[in-house]
Ligand binder design. Structure first.
Ligand code: GSH
Length: 202
């Protein structure tokens, strides 16, 4: 059975969301989002940086949330939630899938560090403001792409597991302006999916 190494309020929620959407059976190793668990020798043996998510599948152990999503879709769902390579939506699927970790999550990470993780005296207003501006810029094309669409490539797909989760996190950090109405609507649709709700309460 698939085994997911997980911590709440993290990207590991993406993988729970995916497994729930696909109705695949899995076991959850629920750790605290705390160095005592994530930086333990046991977890560093799974991920050298002591991060989540990590997925085990028999003898296979794999990290990086995007790689895990792709792995599960290819090995366990025969390409479900993903257009075939010759379908017109395929390039857009790849673009939005990778835009998540490439363009949206770097400023999200900085904002989380500057508003939640660092002690007050180490926080830097300039760094925070710069990350907030960069995130707004990075989200603008996503908002534009969602005009007239429920999901990034039309139908719900693995790209939404990645960028839908990143959009939800951005919104929770107060970084999705009301003017980005398409993106606000998208986040609400994501939040209404039962599999997403299950993942967020895991
Ligand atoms: N690019 C990686 C990022 C993994 C990552 O940074 N995970 C965070 C949680 S969202 C983590 O484990 N942080 C713990 C730490 O930095 O100590 C992925 O997509 O899986």
């Amino acid at each position: 059975m698939l085994k997911l190494h997980f911590a709440p309020n993290s990207r590991a929620g993406r993988i729970v969301w995916l497994l729930e959407e696909l109705e695949l059976p899995y076991e959850l190793n629920r750790m605290d989002f705390h160095p005592k668990d994530l930086k333990s020798d046991e977890h560093r043996a799974r991920h050298p940086l002591g991060r989540v998510p990590v997925l085990e599948d028999g003898d296979i152990s794999i990290y990086e949330s995007g790689a895990i999503v792709d792995y599960v879709l290819e090995r366990h769902k025969n390409g479900g939630l993903k257009p075939a390579t010759d379908e017109p939506e395929f390039p857009l699927y790849l673009q939005w899938f990778h835009y998540c970790e490439g363009m949206v999550m770097p400023p999200v990470n900085t904002i989380v560090v500057q508003t939640l993780l660092l002690p007050q005296e180490k926080r830097d207003e300039t760094v925070l403001a710069q990350a907030q501006r960069l995130l707004a810029k990075s989200l603008a094309p996503v908002d534009a792409a969602l005009a007239g669409k429920d999901y990034l490539i039309g139908d719900f797909s693995g790209a939404d597991i990645m960028l839908g989760h990143a959009s939800f996190m951005s919104n929770r950090l107060g970084c999705v302006a009301d003017e980005m109405a398409n993106l606000k609507g998208y986040v609400s649709r994501v939040e209404q999916r039962p599999a997403f709700q299950k993942a967020m309460s895991s």
